[in-house]
Write a protein that binds this ligand. Structure first.
Ligand SMILES: C[S@@+](CC[C@H](N)C(=O)[O-])C[C@H]1O[C@@H](n2cnc3c(N)ncnc32)[C@H](O)[C@@H]1O
Length: 309
């Protein structure tokens, strides 16, 4: 190595001075970098750059605020979001809306056992629910999302609230994962929440199957006692009739429906009562959002099984 001068190039067109530093020891790279004039650019491998400056992070911290609650959430940085296959490394609009609703309406979660399906890395719904609920289990099927979620929960909740919020891997339909969650909470969940989890056609059946296995039901009648499954989403590749048809196969009856565009087709006013606070009306991030509120009743095959007994 002769002070790196053998790797020195000058682009005649742009007059850009450049030096290639691959294959050098870190000590030599440091020496060359301090010796070169300030107009010289350095070309180095990712390994050398990582050793010199630390591993570049693909994440960024965003500040999100729901009522009086402020969270600093680590998510995949914007420039990396469109190339990443995992949808769970960012915060979606439906989670923002649902979290605002939970923050403004503590009665939805107070004293209850809450399960979040496909919560992604942010965990904001679950973290707000943990302020009021007895137990919250925040789940996702993606290992990277779970990893980031664990860090976000640790960074934002007090130890007391962290004790109430369990982070678990749950791939919908995976019986081992479902059984592990049943061990944490044998009584089932009174409220199950999913935001933006209805966009993959093949995952709709396992989603409702999982919710049906984990929702709290009365041991004698099999009916739920006020337990609910709440889905908030922007409809994309799966339309609403397909979602409702899958829901009914697993005994989920649509009790109320709300749409940001103003279309309301159910007589129940459960969801509209959540919007009674003016502050919430200003926080609806998109008119494309909708909310489906289900309760579980016995399926036809369950009824037949009981009759045949
Ligand atoms: C569009 S993201 C929504 C994330 C979060 N709920 C939000 O609204 O910000 C969908 C989430 O569902 C998870 N997911 C998709 N398919 C799943 C499956 N079959 N089992 C478990 N999680 C799944 C993804 O990993 C991702 O975190």
């Amino acid at each position: 190595m002769q002070n790196g001068l053998d790797r020195y190039t000058v682009d005649q067109g742009t007059n850009l001075h450049r030096i290639t530093l691959d294959g050098e020891s870190i000590e030599n790279v440091k020496k060359i970098m301090v010796e070169m004039p300030p107009n010289v650019e350095f070309d180095m491998s990712e390994d050398i750059a990582a050793e010199m400056f630390g591993t570049p992070s693909n994440d960024e911290i965003i500040d999100v605020c729901f009522g009086d609650l402020n969270f600093k959430i680590q998510v995949l940085s914007k420039e990396n979001q469109h190339t990443c296959k995992s949808t769970g490394l960012m915060l979606w609009e439906s989670a923002r809306l649902m979290t605002s609703i939970l923050a403004e309406n503590p009665s939805i979660t107070a004293g209850r056992r809450i399960l979040e399906l496909g919560c992604g890395c942010s965990g904001v719904c679950s973290m707000v629910a943990a302020q009021f609920a007895d137990l919250v289990v925040a789940t996702d099927g993606d290992a990277k999302a779970i990893d980031l979620l664990t860090r976000n929960v640790a960074a934002n909740l007090t130890p007391k609230l962290q004790n109430k919020l369990l982070v678990r891997k749950l791939h919908w339909g995976n019986q081992e994962h479902i059984d592990a969650i049943k061990k944490d909470n044998e009584k089932g969940f009174e409220v199950i929440i999913g935001t933006d989890v209805t966009y993959i056609a093949d995952a709709i059946i396992p989603l409702f199957d999982t919710a049906a296995k984990l929702i709290s039901v009365d041991a004698d009648t099999g009916e739920q006692l006020g337990s609910a499954l709440v889905l908030c989403h922007v409809l994309r590749r799966v339309d609403e009739p397909s979602i409702l048809s899958a829901a009914s196969r697993f005994g989920f009856r649509l009790v109320d429906k709300w749409s940001g565009s103003g279309n309301r087709s159910c007589s129940s006013s459960i969801i509209s009562s959540w919007f009674s606070k003016i502050i919430l009306k200003d926080q609806i991030p998109s008119t494309a959002l909708s909310i489906l509120y289900f309760q579980r009743v016995k399926t036809d095959s369950e009824m037949k099984f009981i009759k045949d007994l």
